[in-house]
Design a protein around this ligand. Structure first.
Ligand code: NAD
Length: 503
């Protein structure tokens, strides 16, 4: 009953939810909370994709000529509509992705924040003026819209990632085609209803400016493979990125890849341990360990290892696990039983590689279809293979270190490079960690956990995390093309570098 109310208040009618008939092609959506079927959707077909891309391209030809501040007005209206629908969309995030209530709301807040950011940005798409070596010449850079932007998103941030991309893409003059995770299409459909309200208020946006396609990897692939899709912004596993990246590169398209992380914290002897524990617990178990920035590796100075582990173990024992719709729950379910199996497999490997495991068992609740689990703390003798792999579940590997150089080396000695942090009150240690010889990640923090980024900074990571940047700072440049302009206002035609070519 409650499920139906959440779906209805997010604007999803029975006709929206049952557009498909049960078949091998239909996308059936289940709530991770209790396994209840929420919808059976007719997916977009491969045959539909060329028409969708063409419509987006037609929209591009109009939208690119609309002044950027006017484009920003659409994003401002979208932000207003999101504010009005925050509660309803946040509840649907909880129902469909299993996040606790405040994280569901937080995800929508992130959408609102990026809209605010992008509205300001719509008046700040600045280029440079450059000193020319030639008399009577002026040089400058102009930034122009790129073209259609496909956004392929993951289940764990079912709506925020689209907003990071769409808000910037729109003010930059690009249409957006969104393919959400096949595990979370309903939040995308509800967001599309919100978008429709903003478009109606805006009045004259071109048809096809913001489109949604529903489907799995094959539909994502159809967007990835099309030469008419200028930008592919893909968020998900490194496995997915390793397929998408080369395909986009082979056709000389632009990709923004936001892939797996394997994030670490170093806890130094001078750290404020109570603050560190709070950061560790939120970063390691929040969203049931299903954030790309989740804390997965902890390097603790040997002098404080035992006391810190005791504090974390105590905190873990007090965490309420259960239905994320209930007030007071801090750990909701994993997305599905497959994720639970992956977690159990990783724990078994960790045990074989010398790990001592505390927690990690499935939790039996009164909702047997949900994949609820106790977060696991794994004391590892060293950073073995299983630790270097991202398991998308609440497993925190704990290792000791004796000198900071080694800790930083170990932190960097994994294939991924998303987020990292150090807890220390020692200025030298903090600065070393942030220096060129410090963390090799896209995000490096001091006295803050690795997860829970604000939208104002550029978000993304290095190495197998893909190298893309989204959200704040100058990430907008990823959605535009740079043009260098030289203007000659003299009556001569001097050549650069003093070259003579008289005839
Ligand atoms: P996933 O890779 O299984 O799927 C992500 C999206 O890619 C889905 O929409 C899926 O349909 C699509 N996809 C899969 N294969 C494809 C292909 N060959 N061509 C085109 N599209 C394809 O990931 P998931 O399980 O939904 O999400 C969890 C993963 O996402 C984790 O690894 C997590 O770290 C990562 N993630 C990264 C970030 C980041 O910003 N770095 C943010 C969120 C999630």
């Amino acid at each position: 009953m409650l499920h139906k109310e959440i779906l209805a208040s997010a604007g999803l009618s029975p006709a929206d939810l049952y557009s498909g008939t049960p078949s091998s092609q239909a996308i059936t959506v289940h709530s991770p909370i209790d396994g209840v079927e929420l919808a059976c959707l007719k997916p977009t077909t491969q045959a539909d994709i060329p028409g969708i891309i063409k419509l987006a391209h037609n929209a591009f030809e109009q939208w690119r000529t609309v002044p950027a501040p006017r484009r920003g007005e659409l994003v401002r209206l979208l932000g207003e509509e999101l504010r009005a629908a925050k509660h309803e969309l946040g509840a649907l995030v909880t129902l469909e992705a299993g996040k606790i209530r405040s994280e569901g709301l937080g995800e929508v807040q992130e959408m609102i924040d990026i809209c605010d950011f992008a509205v300001g940005l719509s008046r700040q798409l600045y280029g440079l003026t450059i000193a020319s070596e030639r008399p009577g010449h002026r040089m400058m850079e102009s930034w122009h819209p790129m073209g259609t932007c496909a956004v392929i998103s993951a289940f764990n941030f079912p709506v925020a990632v689209w907003a990071w991309n769409a808000a910037l893409a729109l003010v930059c003059g690009n249409p957006v085609i969104w393919k959400p995770s096949e595990k979370t299409p309903l939040t995308a459909m509800a967001t599309t209803k919100i978008v429709e309200r903003a478009l109606a208020r805006f009045g004259d946006a071109p048809n096809g400016l913001l489109q949604l396609v529903i489907g799995g990897a094959d539909i994502g692939d159809a967007l990835v493979s099309s030469k008419r899709v200028a930008i592919v912004s893909a968020t998900g596993s490194t496995r997915m990125g390793s397929i998408v990246g080369p395909k986009v590169a082979a056709r000389f398209g632009r990709s923004i890849l936001e892939l797996g992380g394997n994030n670490a914290m170093i806890v130094a002897p001078s750290a404020d341990l109570d603050m560190a524990v709070r950061a560790i617990v939120f970063s390691a178990v929040g969203t049931a360990g299903q954030r790309c920035t989740t804390l997965r590796r902890l390097f603790v100075h040997e002098s404080i290892h035992d006391v810190l582990v005791e504090k974390i173990t105590k905190a873990y024992a007090s965490l309420p696990i259960g239905n994320p719709l209930d007030a007071g729950t801090l750990i909701g379910p994993l997305i599905d039983k497959t994720a639970l199996q992956h977690m159990q497999n990783a724990l078994e490997q960790a045990r074989q590689q010398g790990g001592e495991i505390v927690g990690g068992e499935p939790v039996s609740t009164n909702v047997p279809a949900g994949a609820y689990v106790k977060p696991a703390l794994v004391l590892m003798p060293q950073q073995s293979d299983v630790v270097k792999h991202e398991t998308f579940a609440p497993i925190l590997y704990v290792m000791t270190y004796s000198d900071l150089d080694t800790a930083i080396h170990l932190q960097n000695d994994v294939p991924q490079g998303l987020s990292s942090c150090i807890f220390t009150l020692n200025l030298r240690e903090a600065e070393q960690f942030l220096s060129a010889a410090g963390s090799d990640c896209g995000i490096a923090n001091v006295n803050i956990g690795p997860s829970g980024a604000e939208i104002g900074g550029a978000f993304g990571g290095e190495k197998e995390t893909g190298g893309g940047r989204e959200s704040g700072s100058d990430a907008w440049r990823g959605y535009m093309r740079r043009q260098t302009n030289t203007i000659n206002y003299s009556s001569q035609l001097p050549l650069a570098q003093g070259v003579k070519f008289d005839f």
